[in-house]
Design a protein. Structure first.
Length: 364
């Protein structure tokens, strides 16, 4: 719970005297910082030492581990408000910060996003369609529940999973013991494998001043569990869109959301939407909004955490976004020579297989 009087501290107006604090030094932190500085704010960053592209664009860097209470406390005392570029921030860090300054989204939102069982339970409670799933704490649990799914499912770690990490596809009984040994993790969930037509995402934003907005829907294409391409805007049946937005708002209301919340969904062949997961931060599938919308998701986030007014964000035509993954960053000549592409190179020093190194957008 925020302990500060929001009426006395908000809105936070654009000024070099007002400081936006960001937790995490990756590409999302970099793009949040760029949006905040463009709007006229000063930006401070807290992150462990490492390959942190956000460091190149901020005004001050606080290097420290997530368990360094003294450094986190010092950082929090120097900023007007704080947000995070990733959801797996330790809850005690958010508590330390909330004792000193405003932090958005709140700790309840992050806790929900950190654990698959929590987000699926809440999704079911507010009315989303959710695929069958089971909590798995032992090999006995896994054998029992995979049998009920005819030995066809996806085993996922209950926490710390992103970009396909911590996920294992089960197609037969003989794979189960090997997968359980390889996962080396006793807190998992088993999901029913869904035969879906496509993957879509919806981004909802709510400001601390209670105004809110939606972005147009995105359609997403993954390769090996990592987002490769997004096309936007996409569309669904108008009645289903109204129902979806209502469910998103109900979910967000339970969490007292301030900030961004992306919902990833599966669409079945009959148009039914199945909840997959949430992300309480800027989302890869809405990077196209930098060029493609009146306001980008990063600008809207800054407005939200500062208590500034927001409204539905309109797209300027149709767009495609492609991620540059791993060694693709070393083959940019044709991309850069073609002026129809807007490219964003994150500035990571180390190239790794499966690592997002940049992205580019173009009009469809």
């Amino acid at each position: 719970m925020q302990k500060l009087n929001l009426n006395k501290t908000l809105p936070i107006l654009p000024s070099r005297k007002n400081v936006i604090g960001i937790l995490g030094g990756g590409q999302l932190g970099k793009m949040i910082a760029m949006a905040a500085k463009k709007m006229g704010f000063t930006v401070f960053l807290y992150c462990p030492k490492g390959d942190n592209p956000a460091e190149s664009v901020v005004d001050k860097i606080y290097h420290g581990e997530w368990n360094d209470k003294v450094k986190i406390d010092d950082f929090a005392s120097k900023v007007s408000c704080v947000t995070s570029e990733f959801e797996n921030i330790p809850s005690n860090v958010l508590q330390i910060i909330s004792d000193k300054t405003l932090v958005f989204p709140n700790s309840e939102t992050f806790k929900c996003a950190q654990f698959r069982d929590k987000e699926k339970t809440l999704a079911t409670k507010v009315g989303f369609n959710v695929a069958k799933w089971y909590r798995i704490k032992s090999i006995e649990d896994l054998l029992k529940y995979t049998k009920s799914l005819n030995y066809r499912g996806i085993l996922k770690t209950n926490s710390l999973g992103y970009d396909g990490k911590g996920q294992f596809l089960i197609n037969s009984k003989k794979e189960i013991n090997e997968i359980w040994r390889s996962i080396n993790f006793t807190d998992c969930i088993l999901e029913e494998k869904i035969d879906f037509r496509r993957e879509i995402s919806i981004l909802y934003a709510r400001s601390a001043n209670k105004t809110d907005c939606f972005f147009p829907l995105s359609q997403n294409f993954h390769e090996k569990g990592i987002l490769k391409k997004t096309i936007a805007p996409t569309s669904i049946n108008e009645e289903k869109l109204i129902d979806l937005k209502n469910l998103v708002k109900k979910f967000s209301n339970v969490l007292n959301l301030v900030g961004l919340l992306t919902f990833e969904l599966f669409e079945l062949s009959d148009g039914t939407l199945i909840f997959n997961e949430i992300a309480p931060r800027p989302h890869n599938s809405f990077h196209w909004s930098i060029e493609g919308c009146d306001n980008s998701q990063f600008e809207i986030l800054v407005r939200c955490i500062c208590g500034l007014k927001i409204k539905d964000t309109k797209n300027n035509g149709k767009w495609e976004m492609y991620n540059l993954i791993g060694n693709e960053i070393n083959d940019l000549k044709n991309l850069i020579d073609d002026q129809k592409y807007s490219y964003h190179i994150y500035g990571k020093k180390v190239v790794k297989k499966g690592r997002k190194m940049g992205h580019f957008t173009k009009r469809s």
